[in-house]
Design a protein. Structure first.
Length: 453
């Protein structure tokens, strides 16, 4: 549902600031004796690259910081995370964002960015200054790799196990199998609805129910969904203009529906709702999130959905200041979804650990793929990234970094992203498709109309 729109601090003034003229002013807190910088290129592709920078403060404690360097081969910075980055000519200046300005003596801070290069030479900077003080303590720039490397080495054997007998790959897998499982309306008799009023009444009724949606239903706002419901779309079933709100209820299944032009969220899961399965749906052209999960909700699987022609896709955890309700919850599995040009939040995660993002197909995502923030723990595994300039990273806008482990992913014209920290273990069995096959598997199976229900 609608949440305050945060102004991004990834890049100055919410857009790339490539300043042609003017002088950039360093902040007042100075490093007294020096600093050390590690500059690495995490991935490089035609016309672009990802840079990762770690600064170690060897001087007095800092309350804010500004790091400056110059490029010698015409490189430009296009966007960044965990810092505000501007560029004037060849000179780049990165300054802290709200949550990472304080750096103690011998402490460090990291940020990353995407940039452009001329495809023939991408030399690393050889000199850095921190708050006007030249970094002389073991500055360690490194050159760019010829192919995007994985930032986390893959395990010698795949960790997933075979799913239980009789559960196909397209069946229920993931967090929604835990906490007693998710069965929706079970064996209750089916009711078919074809109008907004009939749909509203069926969703809001008490007791277990299987609800079949027929035709196109035009509606507005958010329709309340009560516990123990299975909502299935007949062939071509479409919800236009409204969304479903699962608030404090449990055991809900939503499958084989097309949602478009919603005026809030398409599916909103909130207020400690548990055991929810959202599967084989198609989402496009809505106002806010396609599937937003928040406020202490738990044990959710989001699988085999297609999102296209949409901006803010899947938000997990709505606010940085809601940790008291969210920590220990927000455990969600996202698998075999087709993020088809969806711009950002695929997903954006706060607090949940572990959150499992596996075997999804990312294509032409102009903003970013996955963001782990606010101490979340996200496993990004076996995904296929194609034409995605920012595949995954730590921190987002004003939200501090979480942890992210990446393994066995496949990259086409996309860099390996930013990783760090550890993630809790995955407790359920699952089968991992080879990452190189995910594009064909997901495009053949994701979205409404791909299953019989």
């Amino acid at each position: 549902m609608r949440t305050p729109r945060r102004r991004t601090t990834l890049i100055a003034a919410t857009t790339v600031a490539l300043l042609a003229t003017g002088t950039l002013t360093a902040v007042a807190a100075h490093a007294a004796t020096g600093c050390a910088v590690s500059y690495t290129v995490g991935g490089q592709w035609q016309g672009g690259f990802t840079g990762n920078v770690t600064v170690t403060n060897l001087g007095d404690p800092l309350s804010s910081w500004s790091l400056r360097w110059s490029y010698s081969a015409g490189q430009t910075v296009s966007d960044a995370w965990n810092a505000t980055v501007t560029q004037s000519g060849s000179t780049v200046t990165a300054t802290n964002v709200g949550y990472n300005g304080s750096v103690p003596t011998s402490g460090n801070v990291s940020f990353g960015f995407n940039g452009t290069w001329n495809n023939s030479s991408n030399p690393a900077p050889t000199s850095f200054t921190l708050n006007g003080v030249t970094c002389t303590g073991s500055t360690a720039p490194t050159g760019a790799p010829t192919t995007p490397p994985s930032t986390t080495p893959p395990p010698t054997t795949p960790p997933p196990t075979t799913p239980p007998p009789g559960v196909p790959q397209t069946g229920l897998v993931g967090w929604a199998t835990q906490n007693g499982g998710t069965t929706g309306g079970g064996n209750a008799g089916a009711t078919t609805v074809s109008t907004a009023s009939a749909l509203t009444s069926a969703l809001n009724a008490t007791g277990a129910a299987v609800i079949r949606v027929s035709g196109t239903i035009n509606c507005s706002g958010m329709l309340r969904v009560r516990s123990n419901k299975t909502i299935l779309g007949n062939a071509g079933a479409t919800i236009v203009g409204c969304g479903f709100n699962i608030s404090g209820d449990r055991n809900v299944i939503i499958r084989n529906l097309t949602f478009r032009d919603w005026n809030d969220d398409a599916v909103n899961v909130q207020e400690s709702a548990t055991n929810i399965w959202i599967d084989h749906n198609t989402f496009s052209n809505g106002y806010d999130g396609t599937v937003d999960i928040k406020r202490g909700s738990d044990f959710v699987t989001v699988s085999w959905n297609r999102v296209y022609n949409h901006d803010k896709t899947m938000l997990l955890g709505h606010s940085d200041d809601n940790g008291s309700q969210d920590i220990g919850h927000l455990r969600v599995t996202y698998h075999h979804n087709w993020y088809d040009g969806s711009r950002q939040r695929n997903p954006r995660v706060r607090f949940g650990n572990p959150v499992h993002v596996y075997n999804n197909y990312y294509y032409n995502n102009a903003g970013y793929g996955v963001a782990s923030t606010m101490s979340a723990g996200v496993l990004v595994e076996g995904n296929y990234f194609e034409n995605v300039k920012d595949t995954y990273h730590l921190g987002e806008a004003d939200s501090g970094p979480g942890s992210l482990v990446a393994r066995n992913n496949h990259f086409v014209n996309s860099p390996a992203g930013q990783t760090g920290g550890g993630v809790a273990g995955i407790p359920y069995p699952y089968t991992l498709d080879s990452a190189s096959s995910v594009k064909s598997v997901v495009t053949a199976g994701a979205g409404a109309g791909r299953i019989s229900v």
